[in-house]
Each structure stands twice: as C-alpha cells, then as structure tokens.
Write a protein that binds this ligand. Structure first.
Ligand code: FMN
Length: 382
C-alpha cells in the first residue's frame, strides 16, 4: 500500500518535517510578561507525543504593546529566550519541528480573552490592564473592546520592522526550526494591507503596492535575521472579510513574498473587524482550502491549508488534490492531541502502532490480541 501523502516528509530549505501534520498557532493566555512556563511545555509537548510533524507555538509578540492579550507569549526580550529553548528542546527530542509565530496585533492589541464575558476584562484579580493601541490609521476594529488606535509615524514603523527582525533572531537563538509571521486576522500587517483599515496618504497607503510596503518590510527584516537554512512562513488572510482585500490581492502579495524568500503561505482569512479570527467569512468543512489552492497555483508557492479540517481522509484529499502542501489543525488538535497517529490508523497505514512512541505503541499493539476480532483488525478499541 502506498503511504498517504499526509505521512510523507516535507523538505523546506535545510529542514525536513517528518510528515504534513501541523499544529496551528493557538494562543492560550497563560503567559506572564510574555514568558514560557510549564503550562506551555505540557500544552505543546503533548502534540509532539501525538506525532505532529510541526508544532507551532501561539503568536508571540514582537513588543509588549503588540500582544493580543496580556497573557500572550513574547519574543521581545532576550530574557524570554531560555523558556522558548526549553520548549524547542522537548519538541525536537520527540521528533517534531519546533515552530513559532511572531506578531504585532496593532489596533487589535490590548484585548480580553475571547471567552471573557462582556462585563469582564481578563482573569479576575490578575491585574489585567489595557494599553494604547496603534495602527496604520486612527480607525478602530469596531468591536466592543477595540479602542481607537493612534496612527503610526513612519519612524515608529521602522522601529517595529526592526523588532520583527529582533524577534526572529531570538527565535533562532531559542532553537526554533520554522518561523511564521502572523500577517492575518486583522492584526497589524493585515491592517496595512486592507484599504478598509489603511487610510494613509504617505507611501505606506494608497494603492496595493503602497499598502504592501510595510508588511513586505517586516517580512524582509525577518528573512534577513532568520538563517538561510531555515524556512519562513507567513500567515495571510486571503480575504479580509469586508471586501477590501481579496484573493487576487493575496496572490500578488504572495508573489512578492516568494521573491523575498518566504517558503510557505499559511492561508487563513478574515478577522479585520471584530475580535474573532475568520469572521465574517462563512465557515464550512475545509472552507479555507480554496484559498490555499488559489495561492499555490497563482503564485507557485507551497501553501498550508487550515480551517475545519477534521480527519485523516479529509486532510489526505487536500494534499492529493494538490491544493496545499501542509495541513494545519487547530481546534481538532485541542480535542485530540493524538490527531496524527489516529489519522494514520484511519488511513490504514499504522495498524501496528509503529508511528507512536514505543512506550505507548508497543503496549497498544500487544493489546490487540485481547480485543474482539473486529476491533483487533484495525488495532483500535473504538
Ligand atoms: C484557542 C485558539 C487560539 C488561536 N490563536 C491563534 C494564534 O495565536 N495565531 C493564529 O494565527 N491563529 C490563532 N487561532 C486560529 C487557529 O490557528 C486556526 O487558524 C483556526 O482555529 C481554524 O482552524 P481549526 O478549524 O482547525 O480550528 C487560534 C484558534 C484557537 C481555537
């Protein structure tokens, strides 16, 4: 039997992902002062035990005012490197590539956790604070929490570009194999791209080339600070959800990113307005896969598909159809951190539990002898 594509390696520059299963970045609101702690190690470590080929941290801010919430991780200070190093060591020891996402949330910074009630702001008694947010223009994201941002001066933008590069240098020092810029979901880079949020009349606004100038400068700074041998991704919102930025714009942007040395486009959508990510883009199973396909074909660059991909056969079809090269799993990984090894069983390619760590797999394989025949045939107790 031919191995499913989902479980074939993927080479990017000097690193090889052992398979195409990726944990999508997911913020946990558990950091203090942006520092990694035991929670992050256990939360992300279990995905490596589940045999995800690439494990992404949540978005890590490049400066404190760029955090989405006060509980986000950071890569804005050298003191944060050691905690990240502990994470990368464990993920790599278990066979995964360690990946991190760096971000500036711009006007969507200083937010509460998404599950906080309207009258609450962050964990009670934890001294949750708000701070002045910034953006391309003095226009709010328009949800119940968003404050009016201060429009950035060109000199401050140079400073943020430099901070993206500095965060990349720290990510490398911490041992990450892959870096991704979070350029989607209405955060700072996406705010510059969309004419709905960027009303500047200097060289960073106006037509598409002007609006792309700042995001491309940030991407260039990261590429220059990030080793040649390591791959760089960028997450984009293929459409902003408000009609200001569309798939054609994303393809043109991806062509520019490719020329800068970006290796993979992680194709999400929406989020320019409101606190949520993909809103107001209509959701259904695999709803963002067509964006990954359009960018892959239009810009001839590898893509990562994400969004309501639930099981092995669905993920395998995306790869077989040539719509994407990598599959990012978000909430389904929260539901089942062992998603890859279960997907392998669904696809019939690991009934002897050979993909699992032997400390688990040897026992589970032996247990098959004690199961009723119909269950033993798949190795799964159901
Ligand atoms: C708890 C949670 C936190 C998230 N945090 C981030 C984040 O830090 N960066 C990001 O780019 N997307 C973030 N997302 C979006 C996911 O990476 C993913 O794109 C989205 O959940 C859709 O994929 P899914 O249907 O597989 O969950 C988050 C999603 C969830 C559920």
């Amino acid at each position: 039997m031919q191995k499913p594509k989902l479980f074939t390696p993927f080479k990017m520059r000097g690193v090889v992902a052992p398979n195409r299963c990726v944990v999508s970045p997911m913020v946990q609101y558990r950091a203090r002062d942006g520092q990694v702690n035991d929670y992050h190690l256990v939360h992300l470590g279990k995905f490596a035990l589940g045999k995800f080929g690439i494990v992404f941290t949540e978005n890590c801010a490049v400066e404190p005012r760029g955090r989405v919430t006060q509980g986000d991780l950071g890569l804005w200070d050298d003191s944060q490197i050691e905690g990240h190093r502990r994470l990368t060591r464990f993920l790599q020891q278990e066979g995964a590539l360690a990946a991190t996402q760096i971000t500036h949330a711009g006007r969507k910074a200083s937010s509460p956790r998404q599950f906080d009630k309207p009258d609450e702001f962050g964990p009670k008694g934890a001294g949750w604070q708000r701070w002045q947010v910034v953006g391309p223009s003095a226009l709010s994201a328009g949800d119940r929490y968003s404050e009016l941002p201060v429009a950035l001066e060109a000199s401050e933008m140079d400073d943020i570009v430099r901070k993206f590069g500095e965060a990349a240098r720290r990510a490398d020092a911490a041992g990450y194999d892959v870096i991704e810029i979070h350029g989607a979901h209405g955060y700072l880079l996406a705010q510059f791209l969309s004419p709905l949020s960027n009303k500047r009349n200097d060289k960073f606004g106006g037509d598409r080339a002007g609006r792309m100038r700042f995001p491309l400068a940030a991407a260039r700074a990261v590429r220059e600070a990030w080793p040649e041998s390591k791959p760089m991704f960028i997450r984009v919102s293929a459409v902003d959800g408000g009609g200001g930025w569309d798939v054609d714009d994303t393809v043109a942007y991806a062509q520019e990113l490719k020329a800068l040395g970006i290796d993979v486009i992680d194709t999400s959508s929406g989020g320019l307005t409101g606190v949520s990510t993909a809103l107001p883009v209509k959701r259904s199973l695999g709803f963002q896969v067509p964006f990954a396909a359009a960018v892959k074909r239009g810009a001839d660059i590898p893509t990562m598909a994400v969004g309501l991909i639930l099981d092995g056969p669905q993920a395998e079809k995306v790869l077989q159809d040539g719509d994407a090269d990598l599959i990012a799993i978000g909430r389904q990984a929260l539901y089942n951190p062992f998603w890859p090894v279960h997907a392998a069983q669904e696809l019939g390619c690991d009934i002897d539990f050979g993909m699992w760590n032997p400390e688990y797999g040897w026992w589970l394989d032996k247990r098959k002898n004690n199961l009723p025949a119909d269950r033993a045939a798949t190795g799964q107790p159901k």
